[in-house]
Design a protein around this ligand. Structure first.
Ligand SMILES: *Cc1c(COP(=O)(O)O)cnc(C)c1O
Length: 339
């Protein structure tokens, strides 16, 4: 393990020796022919644990969400989505560019939910002036916050009553399940489709899985090919994904505990304010005084600690960060502020 303590993201994790061994030993074949046994095993496993009929291994979370949007929406349709959601703000406008699908962003509440009354008023009537509203998407976790399960249940019924499809950007949905001590499928079964990242807290080097019913995943396979995402002996990568799903879900609790310890340690420093309610999984946001922007980060970097720049800093724990390293981070912040 490297000595650098990288708090910028949970995407920075390196494949562990056991994960690399699984990759090395993977049986492979040409997945465009459907003949890679390891890819097929990953897809079956993802379908099983998410409670969906089928799943597709894709290159990234962005590709996974885009394929889901392409499956659910036709040209001239729209999807309702959070203003800060990854599927709206951080995916380069792919749905609009490649799908002719219009986003209808709405303000998200602090718990990641969208006000269903507002969603209802936003659904466009069947009228030639309007795009057709066909899909609602949520993100869980969102900025590290677990979306309340009661809300998801309510939103599921809402979508059924309003004939909307329902997609989850579940890049970190395993964190949400572990944080609530519920099974993954309790969350994921509420949706018509779910995208799960293997390369965030789960620690795989590459990939996401898109889960849904058989018919949708068949369509998704065509879209993936069109987007250039048909890979050949991809079992080398899928083996890491299987390893991640089998070994790295339950241990996400360690990341959550490490984040709590970090937040508790930093909360004693007067100059730092920790954003309330945003620390129930592996992500916290802290605010530092303007004068410290850059200086604090350089001080930390000299101690081997990497953080993003700015006065609002996102701190993320993950499987390459230990409790001892958390203590070192707290000590480093304290020594910066005691000088
Ligand atoms: C990381 C992430 C994605 C997917 O990102 P890729 O970098 O394309 O894998 C999607 N949604 C959320 C909320 C994410 O954090």
């Amino acid at each position: 393990m490297s000595n650098i303590i990288d708090l910028r993201s949970d995407t920075v994790t390196l494949p562990s020796p056991n994960m690399r061994r699984a990759m090395n030993d993977a049986d492979v074949g040409d997945d465009v022919y459907g003949e890679d046994p390891t890819v097929n095993r990953l897809q079956a496993l993802a379908a099983e644990i998410s409670g969906h009929e089928a799943a597709l291994f894709v290159a990234s979370g962005t590709q996974s969400n885009l394929i889901a949007l392409l499956c659910h929406c036709q040209r001239g349709d729209e999807y309702i989505v959070g203003q800060e959601a990854h599927t709206y703000k951080y995916e380069a406008g792919g749905a609009a560019v490649l799908g002719s699908i219009q986003p209808q962003p709405l303000r998200t509440k602090l718990d990641g939910s969208l006000d269903l009354g507002l969603v209802e008023r936003t659904i466009k009537p069947d009228d030639i002036h309007f795009a057709r509203t066909t899909l609602l998407t949520l993100e869980n976790t969102t900025a590290g916050v677990v979306v309340p399960q009661d809300y998801i249940d309510e939103a599921r019924l809402f979508c059924r009553d309003h004939q909307l499809r329902f997609h989850l950007d579940g890049a970190r949905v395993c964190n949400a399940a572990v944080a609530q001590d519920i099974s993954l499928d309790t969350i994921t079964q509420c949706f018509d489709s779910v995208s799960i990242c293997l390369s965030k807290g789960l620690g795989a080097p590459v990939g996401s899985v898109l889960c849904g019913d058989k018919e949708m995943i068949e369509q998704a396979l065509r879209w993936r090919k069109m987007l250039g995402g048909g890979m050949r002996q991809a079992g080398i990568l899928a083996a890491a994904g299987i390893y991640a799903l089998e070994h790295n879900i339950d241990r996400l609790k360690d990341d959550h505990d490490n984040l709590q310890a970090l937040v508790a340690g930093l909360s004693s420093i007067d100059e730092i304010s920790i954003e309330e309610g945003e620390a129930n999984t592996n992500i916290a946001f802290i605010n530092i005084p303007d004068r410290d922007d850059g200086a604090l980060q350089i001080f930390a970097e000299n101690q081997g600690i990497k953080m993003s720049n700015g006065t609002r800093i996102r701190l993320v724990t993950h499987l390459d960060i230990t409790p001892t390293q958390i203590e070192k981070v707290i000590e480093t912040f304290k020594s910066y502020y005691s000088e």
